[in-house]
Design a protein around this ligand. Structure first.
Ligand code: CA
Ligand code: CA
Ligand code: CA
Ligand code: CA
Length: 167
């Protein structure tokens, strides 16, 4: 068992009278021996109502083992990218960044300034030029500000509407 979160069942998360499970890079309430394991509140968003997405600051973020993820897996249970780096969380897992999170859902980092196409924290003429240079259909490109699969006049309007320094 790797990259799993076992939390909220008391008293024992793992009962192994007759076997010796190998547990690594898991968050186990009460603790369990194995490389990368932690024993810390995963900070689920709303566990009482079954929302087991990781909240900001969760110790499970960037704490998994990349090499344990099957090569065919690129998305989490929501269909979002499985490998996302949270710049606000130290990478405590294993592998080349971005490091996978423990649990079923990858913590998704909000882009609070999508109109800043070139990532310099300002929305200005440079972003407009970059949009003009990427005109047409695209998939997951930064120039598609409104995320509708094409770079067109609507993205220009989005940039004009967000003109100036990013919040
Ligand atoms: Ca991550
Ligand atoms: Ca990180
Ligand atoms: Ca910019
Ligand atoms: Ca667009």
């Amino acid at each position: 068992m790797t990259n799993c979160i076992l939390w909220g069942d008391t008293p024992d998360e793992i009962y192994d009278d007759y076997s010796s499970p190998v547990v690594t890079y898991c968050d186990v309430q009460g603790g369990y021996s194995g490389e990368g394991n932690i024993d810390a509140d995963p900070l689920f968003v709303a566990p009482g109502s079954g929302d087991c997405h990781l909240g900001a600051g969760s110790p499970c973020i960037d704490a998994g083992d990349n090499t344990a993820v099957p090569y065919c897996i690129s998305t989490d249970l929501d269909g979002n990218p499985r490998f996302v780096d949270d710049p606000d969380t130290e990478d405590t897992g294993y592998g080349d960044p971005p490091i996978v999170d423990m649990g079923a859902y990858e913590f998704q980092v909000e882009d609070d300034c999508p109109a800043d196409v070139n990532g310099d924290d300002t929305v200005n003429i440079d972003d407009l030029f970059q949009i003009l240079g990427a005109w047409g259909p695209c998939e997951d490109c930064p120039e598609d500000v409104n995320d509708d699969g094409k770079v067109n006049i609507d993205d220009i309007f989005a940039v004009l509407g967000a003109w100036g320094p990013c919040p």
